[in-house]
Design a protein around this ligand. Structure first.
Ligand SMILES: *[C@@H]1O[C@H](CO)[C@@H](O)[C@H](O)[C@H]1NC(C)=O
Ligand SMILES: *[C@@H]1O[C@H](CO)[C@@H](O)[C@H](O)[C@H]1NC(C)=O
Ligand SMILES: *[C@@H]1O[C@H](CO)[C@@H](O)[C@H](O)[C@H]1NC(C)=O
Length: 400
């Protein structure tokens, strides 16, 4: 009798445990044994010249369909990848792409120069990319753009689109045709230990562009390109940018904003502990001079070092690249922008420039402990339609 009860209890226990495991197994794949897909086992060739796109895609298809945590492994070596789109929705929200090698884009820019992007993650949740080098091979396209020939726009090396919970750690992006990395329509993206590099004269090779995204963090990274190191487009909020070395390049930019009439703005951005070296701008907010519903607010630029920067601190609400520039008052509202603990050297006589909208003056601009020099002299500050306060040492003296 006692044995029967014991056995019955055991059966219930086993049953309960079974149900528990069943429930906890999916959708919590981390509990199951992780599976690994090595691209070389799937046919990729580390010879730098055989297109390995198919092997990468087949690894992705397996990882994406797997219900347990999955790793795609790219060993050392150079893998030519013509293009790769890693699309969801997946059954898996724990995919790691572990890269020890280098992915090389085709050097012929006609192959994907009009495709928009080269390596793409779209509609994915819970993807980590660890290590690796992406070589965009942009040199020939830049030369084409520099000549009077007509050339393709160029591809972004890495696009992460409409995705959540993404980690990119220790990735190097070299010589992209166009923007190196674009994050668009995402939530909760973290990057750390990134290296982004292209020559200072390479056209439109922005380092990292964030647009239409909420919750982006980048830490401990080195970015030098021919355009903005980091740029933040409309409809973005809750961004944290810390411990970055920027240069060469055009600095860290919020904007350009207000290119269109109906537009959501940028808010809650912290840019902290950044060294700018030989850049065109340091910390910049830029908007077009035309009507718009857009805004930039609740922005903190804290603890920056400027080394020979042309425009260390700038708000430019008359932003325009070439000809056909609009010349209305910008509709973009710029409010609550703090510049705190910013030191170093300006490469021009005007180190601080606030060129705000005549219709919507900048308000709540705060300068605190800012000390910039120009050829060992005191540079100047220029203000148009800018209101705010200064405290601590502020050099050039505030024009607010
Ligand atoms: C997810 O799992 C279902 C059921 O096993 C399968 O039919 C489907 O193809 C899987 N989805 C993907 C993206 O692999
Ligand atoms: C493009 O041409 C300009 C002017 O000749 C030159 O200064 C620059 O270095 C060139 N850029 C590239 C990427 O070749
Ligand atoms: C601002 O953004 C940070 C992340 O950078 C986040 O932790 C914080 O909660 C956000 N604040 C508000 C008020 O949303």
């Amino acid at each position: 009798m006692a044995e029967l009860i014991f056995n019955t209890c055991l059966n219930y226990l086993v049953l309960a445990l079974g149900i528990f495991m069943l429930l906890s197994e999916s959708p919590s794949p981390a509990n199951a044994a992780p599976v690994q897909y090595n691209v070389v086992s799937l046919g990729a060739k580390a010879d730098g010249k055989t297109d390995s796109s198919k092997a990468f895609l087949s690894a992705w298809t397996s990882a994406c369909g797997s219900t347990s945590a999955a790793t795609i492994y790219v060993p050392q070596g150079r893998f030519l990848v013509q293009s790769a789109s890693f699309n969801g929705q997946c059954n898996n929200s724990a995919i790691t792409v572990h890269i020890d090698g280098t992915l090389i884009a085709p050097s012929d820019y006609n192959v994907n120069g009009n495709a928009g992007s080269w390596i793409v993650f779209r509609h994915v949740t819970g993807v980590s990319v660890m290590g690796g080098i992406l070589d965009g091979q942009g040199t020939d396209l830049w030369a084409c753009k520099n000549s009077s020939k007509s050339c393709p726009t160029g591809a972004t090396s890495l696009l992460i689109s409409n995705s959540q919970n993404i980690l990119v750690s220790g990735l190097t992006s070299l010589n992209s045709q166009m923007f190196h990395i674009v994050i668009n329509g995402c939530q909760n993206v973290k990057m750390q230990g990134m290296k982004v590099s292209a020559p200072g004269n390479s056209p439109n090779t922005d380092g990292i562009h964030i647009g239409a995204s909420t919750g982006f963090t980048i830490l401990n990274s080195k970015i030098g390109t021919g355009d903005d190191c980091i740029s933040i487009g409309p409809s973005s909020n809750n961004l944290w940018i810390e411990n970055i070395a920027c240069g060469p390049g055009h600095g860290i930019s919020i904007g350009s904003l207000g290119k269109t009439q109906q537009e959501d703005g940028v808010q809650n951005v912290t840019v902290k502990t950044v060294t700018f070296t030989g850049t065109q701008n340091g910390v910049r907010i830029k908007s077009w001079a035309r009507p718009s519903t857009s805004f930039a607010r609740n922005i903190l630029f804290q603890n920056a070092i400027m080394n020979n920067v042309q425009n260390p601190i700038i708000i430019d609400q008359n932003y325009c690249l070439n000809s056909g520039c609009p010349s209305q008052a910008s509709g973009v509202r710029v409010n609550d922008v703090t510049y705190q603990d910013i030191h170093g050297t300006s490469a021009t006589a005007v180190a601080v420039k606030f060129d705000c909208s005549a219709k919507y003056p900048c308000t709540g601009i705060r300068m605190q402990d800012v000390k910039l020099t120009y050829r060992s002299q005191v540079p100047s500050a220029s203000c148009a339609h800018a209101q705010g306060t200064a405290s601590g040492v502020v050099q050039p003296s505030s024009c607010l």
